[in-house]
Design a binder for this molecule. Sequence first.
Ligand code: FE
Length: 181
Amino acid sequence: MKKAALSTGLLLLLFAAVGIFSGGFGSQPTPAVAASHIRVYSAEKGSYIMSDEVVKSKDEWKKTLTPEQFHVLREKGTERPFTNKYAANHEHGIYRCAGCGLDLFRSEDKFESGTGWPSFTAPIAKENVKTLVDKSFFSTRTEVVCRRCGGHLGHVFDDGPKPTGLRYCMNSAALDFVATK
Ligand code: FE
């Protein structure tokens, strides 16, 4: 009786092992994460272009971003107000995603919010950002992320100036400013 149970157990183990080796290795390649083709606005082209979503692992992002950029973009961090690099920037140009380079905001839409973070009334195009519901810190806010790489940029609030009434409160660390004429 004991011997029968033991051999049944061994048989089951054998089947399990065969299952793992036949299905687990080689026979079915792991499907790669397909990067979607997306339509975004390009300031350089002055029109919409097709682009691929940027999908990278945490380790890959760590290699290309500074620790501060990584913390904000990939860990949804918030930089300190006023001491960040673009809060008081008044130059004319484009603010791109520090993660993937996608055009996100124009200096024409930047305004003095008094918050100590760079603030905009609108993104360069609604297609270039994505908003998500953020329920962290015991409140409900609207998170803004880059449409192409999913990097965290900041939040959008409905207390902005006219004409949109919106205030895109961004982290300088998530942005790369490029001066234009
Ligand atoms: Fe991006």
